[in-house]
Design a protein around this ligand. Sequence first.
Ligand code: HEC
Length: 292
Amino acid sequence: MKRHHRLAFALALAGVLCGAGAAIAQEADAPPRERWSFSGPFGLYDTAQLQRGFKIYQEVCANCHSLKLLSFRNLAEPGGPDFTEAQAASIAAAFQVRDGPNDAGKMFKRPGKISDLFPPPFANEQAARAALGGKLPPDMSTLAKARSFEAGFPWFILDAFTMYQENGPDYIHAIVTGYTDAPAGFVLPPGGQYNKYFPGHAIGMPKPLSDGQVEYTDGTPTTVDQYGRDVAAFLMWAAEPTLDARKRLGFQVMVFLIVFSALLYFTKKRVWQAVLHDPELEKPRAPTEYKV
Ligand code: HEC
């Protein structure tokens, strides 16, 4: 009887696992892992990559996706793309920012200043949906941290040790490189594109990048794969601009704690030395003999 129970349980478990596996497989493929300069406990951003990624955002993604939590001055802050203030100001000036009201009570547009936030490409959600077949491009300020996926066994165990947290950038890279022809029998809704990695596969975003679309001046290959990696790194920085500072401080704190623990250990040995080596104290005594 017991054996039957166990068998039934094993079969049920296998069924559930296969079912879950199949459901995930239908949902979307797990994005492949990329190498990120900023992964792991010591990983930091690659300034040149962030600058390239910003170029991709500015020339391509900014036509549809807003970045409303970021201001132009952030581009010149340490730990980021490391533009000079003058460069950040000239980037800002290329954007038109809504301001006002002026003395006549009207809102007006003016070139951006370094203190402005990135202006959104559409006036409001309805305008974005109307222009994009009813789909809303999500704001990109925290997209790299807001999106993730189940990496599955054995990754979720390994990741705890390697401190891998780059599922968000992996997902963004996968989405921009994941456009393929729909497999036979897959019915795309009107305005939908097939994407291997988008949950449900039918994505409302037209393929945003193609090889050679954005010019790089530093000799980096101009492929969709490279663009995807660069823009994902830039969006990771946008979502976590203080990552470099956090990791540096974390390292300093760990070094301090190790040194401090060693000091405490030797201090403890020193303080208890006399007590431990006092022959009087080593003799057994009745509890009543202890002085209070
Ligand atoms: C023509 C407008 C347009 C451009 C340009 C564009 N996108 Fe999108 N994007 C969209 C829309 C619309 C959606 C929402 C799709 C949906 O919900 O089906 C979207 C969704 C996404 C998603 C999926 C977000 C999610 O909810 O999981 C990612 C990632 C993304 N875009 C990245 C990019 C990147 C990176 C670029 C620049 C290289 C870019 N997009 C350029 C319109 C655009």
